[in-house]
Design a protein around this ligand. Structure first.
Ligand SMILES: [Zn+2]
Length: 1021
C-alpha cells in the first residue's frame, strides 16, 4: 500500500520535512559520492560558484541565480556526473570598505589612517562576513545543494597567494604596467575606478551641471568659441580641438570676428543673431593656430595653447570646438600628449584644487564652478551660461558624482590580448545565445586596458616593491609567500595591509645601503580577485595543479547579464592572459528581477514580496518554478509578484500533488498499489506512456542546452496531458480498480518526478519516495525514453482529438452552450481521418454530442490562405514590406514549386505561413497546425435540453454527496424537492441519474420554495 497522502498538502511543512531528511541522510554528499570522478576527473561536471558579498542579505536576484546554480547540477548528477559544489565569498574591496566606514563613522584616507589601518581592516573583515549564517539559511531553504563547510573566501591566505601569483605571471608576460592615465575617480572613496565599475547598473544618473560658452583669442585675432559642462577644468585648458572636416563660420559684429561651427549657428541666435557671416573655414584650416591662455596658471607649458585636429569632435551640441584639459579627459590626454603637450592635473585626491590653481587652492572642484563662472563673466569671456541636464557617472559604492582625472595606476594590458579574447569567446556556449556576439562580444571588441589598482586598504596587495630613492631604481614583483619570506627573512602569515607594508628591506642595488625597497601602497581591484576564482579557490599553482589542469575551463556558470562587464569579463581576461583558454564552457546569463510594479526592487518602496514569507506560504519549489519558467532566463527582465507564486502552486505544484493523491486514493480503494510497467494495451495508457517518452527526450534536450525555461514549458505540458486528459478520461477505469490504469499512472508519476526533480526538487522528492519507497529521487539515474512504448500514429491521432475537443469546447463557450447540455452532432474534417477514427468515442463523450461526423474533405469546410508575418518580413525587406503587404491584399501572389512570390518578390521561410480558414456557416473553427476544421451543431431541441437539466442535477447531487462527506463508493438514498422543469428532466432520465450518483432509492416532489437535495448513505461498500 502507498503511505497516506493528504488531499490538501501543507507545502512549506512538506518541504521542511524533505530538508530535514536530506540533512539527516547527508543526501547532498551522497549524491556526489555515488558518482565516480573518472580518470583525471573526466566524469566530473565542473561548476564555478560566483562569489557574492556577504555584507547584505540575499535578494530575489541571488535566489534566482541560486535556483539555476542548483537545477543544472542536479540534472547533471542524475545524468551520472559527479558535481562538486563549493560556496564562495567575495570579501574585499569597496563594498566592504564603504560599509565599514559607515559603521565606524569615519571617512576618507586621513581618518582611516588615524584610526589605524589594522583596526579598519578588522572592521572590514567582520563586516563582510556578518551575514554568512543568514545566507546559509536562505540557500538551504531554497533547497540548493552546495558545500558551505568547504567554502572559499577571497580573504584567505591561500586564495590571496594565488591572486599574487596571477599578478606576477602577468607581469612576467609583460601584461602589467604602471601608467599616468585619465581614469574615472571617486574623490570620496579616493580611488580610481575601472571601466567595469563605471558601466554597472545605476552608475549613470541624471545630473544638472552648468554649461558655459567662452571665447579664446586666436593669434590671427578672431574669437573662437568653446563649450564645456565642466567649467572647473577651464583653468587647466591647454588646447582646443576642431574636427578637420567640419565647416566653421567666420562672423563679424561690432568689429569683432567670431568662429563657430556653421551647423551650430542656430543654437547661438541670441548671442550672434546680429553678426554677419564674412567667411568660412574647414577645421583643418584652423589646426596649428595659437591662442592666448584663458588663465595664466600654465602659461609657460611647452606646445600648449594651439588648435588640434581631433576626430571625436562633433557638432551635436556646443560650438563644434572642444576645450581640452589633458589631466581631466581621456581623449584630451591622448590628443594633447600626441601634440607634445604634457598632462597636468591640478587636483588632489579629495577633488580639491592644488596650489597650482593659486586663486582657488583647496576648493572642491564642483564648488569652484560658480566661482570660475563669475570670474569669466568679470573678464568678459563668458558668452553664454546655461544649465545642462545630462546622464553622468556616479560611484557604484558611495553614489557621489565621479570626476575624470589623470592618476598613476597599475594596468593589465588587455588591449594586447583582446583579439585572442574575441577568438576564445567563440568557444563559449552562451545562454541566451545572442550574448556571445551581442553584449559580451561587443564589450570585448571595445576592451581597454584594465585599471587594477585601488588606492584603498582592504584588498589583496599589489605585490610590487620599489626603491625609495630614484637614483637607485629597482622594482621587485613577488608571486608567492615563499619568495617574500626568502627576501624579507620572516614568516608571512597574512598578506593584508598593514602587515604586508611592514615588509621593508635595503635596496640590493644601492651600494650606499641607505635606500629601501617598499611596497607600493595600492591594493588590487576586487574584480581581479573574483576573476581569479577558478584557480585561486584551489590555491593553484601551489596546490592542486594537476586537478586544475583537468577542471578548467569550468563546465557551467550563471549570473545576471550585467556580469558580461563584470565577473564573466574579468574571468575571461585572466583566463586568456594566463592560460590562453576560456574560463568556462557554458554560461547562463539571466535578466534582472524587478519589483511587482516593474521598477527596481526597493525596500523603501516595498514593491516585492518578502522571500521568507513566500517560503512560508507557498514553499520554495513554487518560487523556483515561478522564476525558472519566467522569460528572465531568456535574458528579459521580470517583475516578481506574489500572484505569480500563488498561480504556480495552483497550476503546477497542486496538479502534480493531486495526481499523486488520486492514484493513492483509488489504488487504496481497490486494495492495491501500482507497479512500474510499460506493456499496457489500453489506448490511453499507451498514449500517456508515449507522451512520457516525448517528454523525456524534450527535457533532456532542453537541459543539455541549459534551457530551463524550455524544460519548464515541456514539463507543464505533460502535466496537463496527465491530469486533464489521461486521469480525467480514465476515471471510470480507476473507479473500477483497473490495474492497468493504476500501473500506468504509477509509472508515469515515477518517471515524471524524476524528470521534474531538478525543477521541483522537494515536491518531486516527496511524491517519488511515496510511490517507490526508495531513497532520494536525486540519486536516481535520469530516465531513458527507450524503455517506453512509442506509437507515432496513436500520438498524432490523439493529439488531433485533443485539439478538436478543446476547439469544440471553446466554441461551446462562445455560443453559451454549457458542456453538460448534450448537442446533436459535431463534424471533424481532418486529413488524418484514419488516425482519429479509433478515438472517435472519446471525442463524442468529451464534447458531449450524440454523434461525430468524421471526414477528410477539409476543402468542403474551409480554404487555405496565405498569411504574411510582417515581423519577419520587415527586417529583411525594409521599405518593400508595405509593397508586399499591399500586393498580398490585392491577391497578387503565387505559390509554385514551394516558392511563395508576392508582388514579384520571393519570400523566404518564416516570413509567411499557410493557415486554414473555415468557411463553414455558424459555429466552426480551425485546428492548430493545419489539423483540420471542426463544426458544431448548435441546435438545442427540448429533448436535449431535458437531458442537459438532468446532467446538471447529477452534478448537484455529487456536490451534495461531497458536502455530506460520503465516501466515493457509498450508496445513497436520494430525496429531491425540485422545480417542475427539473422534475420533468429527472423523470425522463431517472435511471441515468440514479446510477451515476449511486442512488439505490429515490423520492421526488415538486418544491414549493427553494429546491432541496438530500442524500443519506444507505450502505457502505
Ligand atoms: Zn565612492
Amino acid at each position: 500500500m502507498y503511505p497516506p497522502v493528504s488531499s490538501q498538502p501543507n507545502l512549506p511543512a512538506l518541504e521542511n520535512e524533505v530538508l530535514a531528511r536530506w540533512a539527516r541522510e547527508h543526501s547532498f554528499q551522497q549524491s556526489i559520492d555515488m558518482r565516480d570522478a573518472g580518470t583525471d576527473g573526466s566524469n566530473e561536471f565542473v561548476f564555478y560558484d560566483g562569489p557574492p558579498f556577504a555584507n547584505g542579505l540575499p535578494h530575489y536576484g541571488h535566489l534566482l541565480t541560486g535556483y539555476v546554480k542548483d537545477a543544472i547540477p542536479r540534472y547533471q548528477t542524475m545524468r551520472g556526473r559527479r558535481v562538486e559544489r563549493r560556496f564562495g565569498w567575495d570579501c574585499h574591496g569597496l563594498p566592504a570598505e564603504v560599509q565599514a566606514e559607515k559603521e565606524l563613522g569615519i571617512s576618507g584616507h586621513p581618518e582611516i589612517s588615524a584610526f589605524g589601518v589594522d583596526k579598519f581592516n578588522d572592521a572590514c573583515r567582520s563586516s563582510v562576513l556578518q551575514f554568512t549564517e543568514e545566507w546559509r539559511d536562505y540557500v538551504t531553504r531554497q533547497a540548493r545543494w552546495v558545500d558551505f563547510d568547504n567554502d572559499y573566501k577571497t580573504l584567505d591566505l591561500d586564495y590571496m597567494e594565488s591572486v599574487m601569483w596571477a599578478f606576477k605571471t602577468l607581469w612576467d608576460k609583460g601584461l602589467i604596467y604602471e601608467g599616468f592615465r585619465v581614469l574615472a575617480y571617486c574623490w570620496r572613496c579616493e580611488t580610481p575606478l575601472s571601466n567595469t565599475e563605471t558601466r554597472m547598473d545605476d552608475v549613470y544618473r541624471d545630473r544638472q551641471d552648468p554649461a558655459v560658452t567662452v571665447w579664446f583669442e586666436l593669434e590671427t585675432g578672431e574669437r573662437i568659441l568653446a563649450w564645456t559642462t565642466t567649467p572647473w577644468t577651464l583653468p587647466s585648458n591647454l588646447a582646443l580641438a576642431v574636427g578637420p572636416d567640419i565647416d566653421y563660420a567666420v562672423l563679424e559684429v561690432d568689429g569683432e570676428r567670431w568662429i563657430i561651427a556653421e551647423s551650430r549657428l542656430g543654437a547661438y541666435e541670441a548671442q550672434l543673431g546680429e553678426a554677419v557671416q564674412v567667411g568660412s573655414l574647414k577645421g583643418s584650416d584652423l589646426v596649428g593656430r595659437r591662442y592666448s591662455p584663458l588663465f595664466d596658471y600654465f602659461a609657460e607649458m611647452p606646445n600648449a595653447f594651439q588648435v588640434l585636429s581631433a576626430d571625436f569632435v562633433s557638432t551635436e551640441d556646443g560650438t563644434g570646438i572642444v576645450h581640452m584639459a589633458p589631466g581631466f579627459g581621456e581623449e584630451d590626454q591622448n590628443a594633447c600628449n600626441a601634440a607634445g603637450i604634457d598632462t597636468v592635473c591640478p587636483m588632489d585626491e579629495h577633488g580639491q584644487y592644488t596650489a597650482e590653481i593659486s586663486d582657488w587652492v583647496g576648493q572642491h572642484v564642483f564648488d569652484a564652478n560658480p566661482l570660475i563662472i563669475r570670474s569669466l563673466k568679470d573678464s568678459g569671456r563668458l558668452v553664454r551660461h546655461d544649465s545642462y541636464m545630462h546622464s553622468y557617472p556616479h560611484c557604484w559604492r558611495c553614489a557621489e558624482p565621479l570626476v575624470y582625472r589623470a592618476i598613476s595606476s597599475w594596468f593589465v594590458k588587455v588591449t594586447d590580448v583582446k583579439d585572442r579574447m574575441v577568438e576564445l569567446n567563440q568557444q563559449i556556449n552562451w545562454v541566451p545565445s545572442h550574448v556571445k556576439d551581442g553584449s559580451f562580444g561587443k564589450w570585448l571588441e571595445n576592451a581597454r586596458d584594465w585599471s587594477i589598482s585601488r588606492n584603498r586598504f582592504w584588498g589583496s596587495p599589489i605585490p610590487v616593491w620599489v626603491s625609495d630613492n630614484p637614483d637607485f631604481p629597482r622594482i621587485d614583483v613577488y608571486g608567492s609567500v615563499a619568495e617574500l619570506e626568502a627576501d624579507f627573512g620572516i614568516r608571512v602569515a597574512d598578506l593584508h595591509r598593514p602587515v604586508i607594508d611592514e615588509l621593508v628591506r635595503p635596496n640590493p642595488d644601492d651600494p650606499s645601503g641607505t635606500s629601501m625597497m617598499r611596497r607600493v601602497p595600492e591594493v588590487l581591484d576586487c574584480w581581479f580577485e573574483s576573476g581569479s576564482m577558478p584557480f585561486a579557490q584551489v590555491h593553484y599553482p601551489f596546490e592542486n595543479a594537476e586537478w586544475f589542469e583537468h577542471h578548467y575551463p569550468g563546465d557551467f556558470i550563471v549570473e545576471y547579464l550585467g556580469q558580461t562587464r563584470g565577473w564573466f569579463y574579468t574571468m575571461h581576461v585572466l583566463a586568456t592572459a594566463l592560460f590562453d583558454r576560456p574560463a568556462f564552457s557554458n554560461c547562463v546569463s539571466h535578466g534582472i528581477v524587478l519589483g511587482d510594479d516593474g521598477a527596481k526592487m526597493s525596500k523603501s518602496l516595498n514593491n516585492y514580496p518578502d522571500p521568507n514569507q513566500m517560503f512560508e506560504v507557498y514553499g520554495s519549489d513554487a518560487m523556483r518554478w515561478y522564476l525558472l519558467s519566467s522569460p528572465i532566463l531568456r535574458g528579459s527582465d521580470f517583475s516578481v509578484t506574489e500572484t505569480g507564486m500563488r498561480d504556480t502552486v495552483r497550476q503546477v505544484v497542486l496538479p502534480l500533488w493531486n495526481a499523486y493523491y488520486f492514484l493513492t486514493l483509488y489504488a487504496g480503494a481497490a486494495g492495491t498499489t501500482g507497479s512500474f510497467r510499460t506493456d499496457q494495451e489500453d489506448v490511453l495508457d499507451r498514449y500517456l506512456l508515449g507522451e512520457l517518452a516525448e517528454l523525456i527526450d524534450a527535457v533532456t534536450e532542453s537541459m543539455d542546452a541549459y534551457d530551463l525555461y524550455g524544460a519548464c514549458e515541456q514539463v507543464q505540458g505533460f502535466l496537463d496531458t496527465l491530469t486533464n486528459w489521461f486521469i480525467r478520461r480514465s476515471r471510470d477505469r480507476f473507479w473500477e480498480g483497473d490495474q492497468d490504469a493504476i500501473d500506468t499512472l504509477h509509472t508515469a508519476l515515477v518517471l515524471f518526478t524524476r524528470v521534474a526533480a531538478p525543477l521541483l526538487p522537494m515536491v518531486a522528492e516527496q511524491v517519488h519516495s511515496g510511490l517507490t519507497g526508495e531513497g532520494s529521487v536525486h540519486h536516481q539515474d535520469w530516465p531513458s525514453s527507450e524503455d517506453l512504448p512509442r506509437d507515432p500514429e496513436l500520438a498524432i491521432g490523439m493529439r488531433r482529438v485533443r485539439d478538436a475537443c478543446s476547439t469544440l469546447l471553446s466554441l461551446r463557450k462562445s455560443e453559451g452552450l454549457r458542456v453538460r447540455l448534450p448537442l446533436a452532432s459535431a463534424t471533424l474534417a481532418t486529413p488524418d481521418v484514419a488516425l482519429v477514427q479509433p478515438h472517435i468515442d472519446i471525442l463524442r463523450d468529451e464534447v458531449n454530442v450524440k454523434s461525430v461526423d468524421l471526414t477528410d474533405r477539409v476543402a468542403d469546410h474551409g480554404t487555405e490562405e496565405l498569411v504574411l508575418l510582417p515581423k519577419a518580413l520587415g527586417p529583411r525587406l525594409g521599405g518593400d514590406t508595405q509593397k508586399v503587404i499591399g500586393a498580398h491584399k490585392a491577391g497578387d501572389w503565387s505559390f509554385d514549386d514551394g516558392v511563395v512570390t508576392v508582388g514579384g518578390i520571393d519570400l523566404v521561410e518564416g516570413e509567411f505561413e499557410f493557415r486554414l480558414v473555415s468557411d463553414a456557416e455558424g459555429a466552426a473553427a480551425t485546428l492548430p497546425g493545419k489539423g483540420g476544421i471542426v463544426v458544431l451543431d448548435t441546435v438545442v431541441t427540448s429533448e436535449l435540453e431535458r437531458e442537459g437539466v438532468a446532467r446538471d442535477l447529477i452534478r448537484r447531487i455529487q456536490t451534495a454527496r461531497r458536502e455530506a462527506e460520503l465516501d466515493v463508493s457509498d450508496r445513497i438514498s436520494l430525496s429531491l424537492e425540485i422545480s417542475e422543469v427539473v422534475a420533468d428532466a429527472f423523470t425522463a432520465h431517472q435511471t441515468m441519474v440514479e446510477s451515476e450518483t449511486l442512488a439505490v432509492e429515490s423520492s421526488m416532489k415538486i418544491a414549493g420554495g427553494d429546491e432541496v437535495i438530500h442524500v443519506v448513505a444507505t450502505e457502505r461498500r
